[in-house]
Ligand binder design. Structure first.
Ligand code: PLP
Length: 373
């Protein structure tokens, strides 16, 4: 009989997928983690032109084209006030691959990785695939991650902790003080702080700061992507940046697992990062308006929800049976436990849909709530 690795047997297909499969074809999908905007035209055109000119047929350098890595370095200077050497950037197949190579390069068998619970589904799965042991930690009442909780969870076996702000699935945004504390903790305990910043531009209150801005010891690795900022989830283009020894180790994984990110996507990403940025603000403003509609609606139907300050997710507290009732009535929301044990009693609502659809979904949620109360 075929035997599979213990690592892969510890991972299952994401709970989110199961919810989609349970829903009918006409369902309103508030389960998807992607913006409902087109990729900017100038990004699409850059890829088309590169393909037509024959510039996208071959492997690029393993780290990605020099031009793309320069655009990424310029982005960090512009948005994060950080000086990044293009040599210390690896373009990856989305933020997903960036997380994967970071954990593969830093986590030994049975070492621990600390991450938020509820948190993005990949953190637990990728820790297992790297042979490590997941250490999910609970959040504050406002659904942010307390640096003190992370510090208390660190042991001699800790390889890394993951910070994700703005966060999936909560929409929570960490304060600059928290980010400074995460950088200090990484330094003092000599563990990796892996900062997942794929939602950095989608902030409604507060501000996005990277722990890398406060990092003196080279212990912060940043993961980012064009996926959410430029509505480019299908292009599969992300990156990691960090200290050169860490980049060199991550490159070893990337080189053998991926060789290089897709060349057409690299041209599109370079154009998105270095072209006009208005689309980023347009999407942010649209998400803020929808967030407000959703929060008002949830309050009206009597669901308590910490105010999400960023991303495009909200996590109200919901009674038992609510998620099933929503799905049966044709609104897909994801049960909080898909994101970790502490997510039980919550549901994740993903709101990159137009306001009219959101209002329709809210009235169906009202009926679903009445059915379980
Ligand atoms: C927090 C977080 N990190 C990383 C990713 C991966 O993004 P990508 O589509 O770039 O692989 C996602 C996607 O949903 C996410 O929510």
């Amino acid at each position: 009989m075929t035997e599979f690795s213990r690592r892969v047997e510890q991972v299952s297909i994401s709970g989110i997928r199961e919810v989609f499969e349970a829903a009918g074809e006409d369902a309103i999908n508030l389960g998807l983690g992607q913006p409902d905007f087109p990729t900017p035209d100038h990004a699409r055109r850059a890829a088309i032109e590169a393909i037509q000119a024959g510039n996208a047929d071959a492997y690029t350098s393993n780290k990605g084209t020099r031009e793309l890595r320069e655009a990424i370095a310029d982005k960090h200077a512009r948005d994060n006030d950080m000086s990044v050497d293009p040599e210390n950037v690896i373009a990856t197949s989305g933020g997903s691959e960036a997380l994967h190579i970071a954990l593969e390069a830093h986590v030994d068998a049975d070492q621990e990785v600390i991450f938020p619970d509820p948190g993005f589904v990949s953190y637990d799965a990728l820790t297992h695939l790297a042979g490590g042991t997941p250490k999910p930690v609970p959040l504050r009442d406002d659904l942010t991650l307390d640096p003190a909780t992370v510090e208390e969870a660190i042991t001699d076996d800790t390889a890394a902790f993951i910070v994700n702000s703005p966060a999936n699935p909560t929409g929570a945004v960490q304060s600059p003080d928290d980010m400074r504390a995460f950088a200090r903790i990484a330094d003092e305990h000599d563990v990796l702080c892996l900062s997942d910043e794929v939602y950095e531009h989608i902030v409604f209150e507060g501000e996005h700061r990277s722990p890398a801005e406060f990092d003196d010891g080279g212990n912060v690795v940043v993961v980012n992507a064009c996926s959410k900022s430029y509505s480019m989830t299908g292009w599969r283009l992300g990156w990691v940046t960090g200290a050169s020894d860490r980049i060199e180790r991550m490159l070893r994984v990337h080189q053998y697992a991926q060789a290089c990110a897709s060349a057409p996507a690299q041209f599109a990403a370079e154009a998105a990062l270095s072209g006009p940025q208005d689309v980023v603000e347009e999407m942010r403003a649209a998400f803020e308006q929808r967030r407000d509609v959703l929060l008002d609606g949830l309050e009206d139907i009597g669901l308590e929800c910490p105010t999400p300050e960023g991303a495009f997710y909200a996590m109200p507290k919901v009674p038992d049976g609510f998620v099933d009732e929503c799905i049966e009535r044709g609104v897909v929301v994801v049960p909080g436990e898909a994101f970790g044990a502490q997510g039980a009693g919550y549901a994740r609502i993903s709101y990159p849909v137009d306001v009219e659809t959101l209002k329709e979904a809210l009235s169906i949620m009202d009926e679903a709530l009445a059915a379980v109360q």
